[in-house]
Design a protein around this ligand. Structure first.
Ligand code: ATP
Length: 492
């Protein structure tokens, strides 16, 4: 997490007149993002929130496929960082904590961003992120900007001086809406892991180094949310607080950075689209001695995907002072008592989903089969674009689609039986509508690695055709061997 009052933000300047090249790039960027957003809506990954009431600015709902993709990512993360490690345990803490937590952590004082307002149209912006705003609302950064003055990206009006805006989401606990009952939705999952440190330590008897992990919602009253699910006011985080001895911090920092790269590799995110940004000393959040932002080449610019920080013993020390609880760790062998230091790798869930979608979205030009087989005249060739989400098989929302060639009961009945059988082992979908070609295309678009087609021949040879999403190669597999075949392909 970052307490952002004094923290480095990207070095973008206010509104710029774009060069023709920048405008051309902007069109491309919009195109790519629009295509992803449109696919998400069309196929049921992500919908605009509260749409039938005209929407709710920058809120998004995960639909049937989106929730599967998001859950698969969260479950894989939990498996990799909690279940498969003996040194990390998980918690799931309350979203609304005692407000004293946020005083001790410094959020009430420092969790703010610089806000500017246009004197003409009164639109508000986060001062450090306004670049070239394009008509559909994406903010396109212009890192080469020389204009330090800043104009309103919407109407070019004059902007006010920046003032700090606290991003904590307020609410009231109980019926009385007065200051005594004011509380906050957590702006990060991290603090509950410090607040629960003593309980976790006592109940698990873990030895340092060890970590506490959590996945959950966080809320920030962002001044300029946008770029689809990249920056929203309500989002999810997957965070680890890893408790160490001070002397080990450099080694642990490097080792966790490497673990984060392994995770991104698992998500199918190419290393060439990732960049480490070493946050300069003078721009570090006050608790941090070292922070690296891992940035990803999103279509709208190079932006933070994840972060890793060495938080020293700042949080535990502050909570010990503020609460009076003893938050020290005792080494049973040496009897040494000390406040552990912390390395914090932090992963945004929604930014993971977005990076995975950006990375997986592929358009392929394919040659119509009639021409490929030499059956068509040149005039028959039409540019045919196949949209494929090349999602890693382990996180694809649907792993296997079962498609009877025809709706006739003689095919649909046994195909549905096969679907029910496969459901026990794989995430499956049964689809008998439309032509087989259209059904393949739909499955390609939602990233289904394998389509199983049950045809009339299947009744005779007791075999089905299995089509591979990426190669479009088809294998004829005996129904009795299908489960093993798919297990080998999907589980490895
Ligand atoms: P940014 O600089 O983009 O505002 P940050 O440095 O404030 O991000 P952290 O406080 O480090 O972010 O939060 C940890 C992770 O949570 C980020 O790396 C990101 O993946 C995710 N995240 C933070 N803010 C948002 C948001 N408003 N919407 C979606 N994800 C977010």
């Amino acid at each position: 997490m970052s307490l952002r009052g004094a923290k480095r933000r990207s070095n973008l300047d206010a509104d710029e007149i774009a060069t023709p090249f920048e405008l051309a790039m902007t069109v491309l960027i919009m195109d790519q993002m629009d295509k992803i957003i449109s696919l998400c809506k069309r196929r049921g990954f992500i919908f605009p929130g509260s749409e039938i009431y005209g929407g709710m600015a920058n809120s998004w709902d995960y639909g049937p496929l989106g929730v599967e993709l998001k859950n698969n990512i969260k479950q894989a993360w939990w498996k990799q960082f909690v279940r498969q490690r003996s040194d990390i345990v998980g918690i799931d803490a309350a979203l609304i904590m005692n407000p004293k937590v946020w005083l001790a952590s410094g959020h009430l004082q420092n969790f703010s961003d610089p806000l500017v307002e246009c004197k003409k149209c009164h639109e508000r912006f986060r001062a450090d992120t306004i670049g070239n705003q394009v008509p559909n609302g994406y903010l396109v950064p212009n890192p080469n900007s020389k204009n330090k003055k800043g104009k309103c990206p919407k109407c070019k009006g004059e902007l006010t001086e920046a003032r700090q805006f606290n991003m904590m989401f307020k609410t009231f606990v109980g019926p009385a809406e007065d200051a005594a009952n004011m509380a906050y939705f957590r702006p990060e999952t991290a603090q509950s892991m410090f607040v629960d440190f003593k309980n976790v330590l006592e109940t698990t008897r873990k030895k340092i180094p060890f970590g506490i992990a959590q996945i959950g919602k966080a809320f920030r009253n962002e001044i300029t949310p946008g770029n689809f699910i990249f920056r929203t006011r309500e989002f999810e985080q997957m965070e680890i607080e890893y408790f160490i001895r001070e002397k080990d911090w450099k080694k642990q920092f490097e080792s966790w950075l490497a673990e984060m790269y392994k995770w991104m590799d698992f998500l199918g995110i190419s290393k060439k689209h990732l960049h480490n940004l070493e946050v300069p000393k003078g721009e570090l959040a006050h608790y941090s001695k070292r922070t690296v932002d891992i940035e990803y080449d999103f279509p709208f610019g190079k932006k933070e995907l994840y972060g890793i920080a060495y938080r020293t013993d700042f949080d535990l020390s502050n909570h010990e002072k503020a609460s009076g609880a003893d938050l020290k760790y005792t080494d049973n062998e040496t009897n040494e008592k000390f406040i552990p230091h912390v390395i914090e790798p932090t992963f945004g869930v929604d930014r993971s989903v977005l990076a995975v979608l950006c990375e997986a979205y592929t358009e392929e030009k394919i040659i119509p089969p009639s021409f490929a087989k030499g059956g068509g005249a040149v005039g028959d060739i039409k540019d045919d674009i196949r949209i494929v989400l090349k999602l890693p098989k382990a996180i694809a929302p649907i792993q296997v689609a079962i498609l009877p060639l025809s709706k006739k009961p003689e095919l649909s009945k046994p195909a549905f039986e096969l679907y029910k059988e496969l459901l026990a082992d794989f995430a499956c979908e049964y689809d008998e509508t439309q032509s087989i070609g259209k059904r393949y295309r739909r499955q390609d678009e939602i990233g289904t690695p394998y389509c199983v087609t049950f045809d009339f021949e299947s009744l005779e040879d007791k075999a089905v055709t299995v089509r591979d999403r990426d190669t479009m190669k088809q294998d004829r597999i005996k129904i009795g061997e299908l489960k093993e075949y798919l297990k080998e392909k999907l589980v490895g």
